[in-house]
Design a protein. Structure first.
Ligand SMILES: [Zn+2]
Length: 356
């Protein structure tokens, strides 16, 4: 029997969980997603390259199967893939035990876009699209029509102490002269320069099969990069833009085209770009799709609506149905389930045999 106690911590879904099925079980021809970290021997420069394959197609297929939304327009899918790849790069670039949530709050047809990556590189993504996205639309036409769009990076610790709020940094989708930025990579480069004072080069690309990214970053002079600005110092600030090794490697990285990033394997990309550099590789990691939704979390959401609202929905529709925007899982609460949500564990009535 599921517990009535609400837990804010991620809890395993008590229902049979199709969100944790590995896509390879039914898509054997799709390669496993991979993320590789590397260093340039003796130079203050690090890099990460990510190729989301099965993890990305799983996101797309779940959206496609969700009859309440249908699939994303290709332009939105491209943005979501870039966000997922960027989220994986940023999560793996910090030492942090909690979710990294990359969000865009748009003022155009795409109202909200979210990519969330856990420390083990499990990820999920969703977007709320309210208007028509025209063919060929880019970042400004999708999320920054009136130059009011924002990008937020949230670090949500897994083990919070009482009252602790997640860290959040926000940047606009325009440059210093109010010019609308055409690419998500520019927005995030700006963010990392602002929050970490670290020169960063990002290349992002996505299509219907692959979401990929390359990050090249100058190592901090002091401390470690952490996206939260804790190591901001004049030494780090003074180093912005002046490191010759970083500048050379970033220029090489910038020559990588989106098509090359999508089509070439990791070894080929690194060899072609950095064949004159001494690259030290780390063991690869495996990003995957996973959703952290659960019946407990949905229960607590229904409780927050209040009993009257819940009863109104039940009177109108017979049961309360809540779909997860990230994975498409449907949670259903009938009259008995709903009544239990609003009964404190202390004075719980006996539960009829049929629903145990
Ligand atoms: Zn879910």
């Amino acid at each position: 029997m599921p517990s009535l106690a609400y837990s804010p911590d991620p809890t395993p879904d008590p229902t049979p969980d199709r969100t944790r099925l590995t896509p390879r079980a039914y898509l054997p021809d799709i390669p496993v997603s991979e993320l590789h970290k590397f260093l340039f021997d003796g130079l203050p420069v690090r890099g990460i390259i990510v190729r989301l394959t099965d993890a990305w197609t799983e996101v797309l297929q779940r959206r496609q199967r969700d009859t309440s939304t249908g699939p994303w327009a290709p332009e939105v899918a491209e943005l979501m893939g870039q966000m997922a790849a960027a989220g994986a790069l940023m999560q793996s670039n910090i030492k942090f035990n909690g979710a990294l949530v990359l969000q865009i709050f748009g003022d155009g047809p795409v109202k909200v876009a979210v990519a969330e990556v856990q420390p083990d590189l499990s990820l999920r993504a969703t977007a709320k699209v309210v208007g028509e996205v025209l063919a060929g639309a880019r970042l400004p036409q999708m999320v920054n029509v009136g130059n009011q769009g924002r990008c937020a990076i949230t670090l949500d610790p897994r083990d919070k102490f009482p009252g602790q709020q997640p860290y959040q940094g926000v940047v606009p989708l325009h440059g210093d002269r109010m010019e609308k930025l055409e690419r998500l990579s520019e927005v995030l480069e700006h963010y990392m320069l602002q929050s970490e004072q670290l020169d960063t080069k990002l290349i992002l690309a996505a299509d219907e099969k692959v979401a990929a990214g390359l990050l090249i970053q100058r190592l901090p002079v002091e401390g470690e990069g952490n996206l939260a600005g804790s190591f901001v110092s004049s030494a780090n600030e003074d180093a912005i833009g002046v490191n010759e090794d970083y500048n050379r490697i970033a220029t090489l990285a910038a020559s990588l085209t989106a098509q090359e990033l999508l089509e070439l394997d990791v070894d080929t990309v690194l060899r072609r770009l950095f064949w004159e550099e001494k690259v030290l590789r780390f063991a690869p990691q495996t990003p995957r799709f996973a959703c952290s939704c659960s019946r407990d979390r949905v229960s607590s959401m229904i409780r927050s609506l209040g009993q009257q609202e819940a009863e109104d929905i039940l009177a109108e529709r017979g049961d309360i149905e809540v779909g997860c925007d990230f994975c498409g899982h449907q949670y259903r609460f009938d009259v008995v389930d709903a009544a239990r949500l609003f009964t404190s564990p202390g004075d719980q009535p006996p539960v009829p045999r049929a629903v145990q």
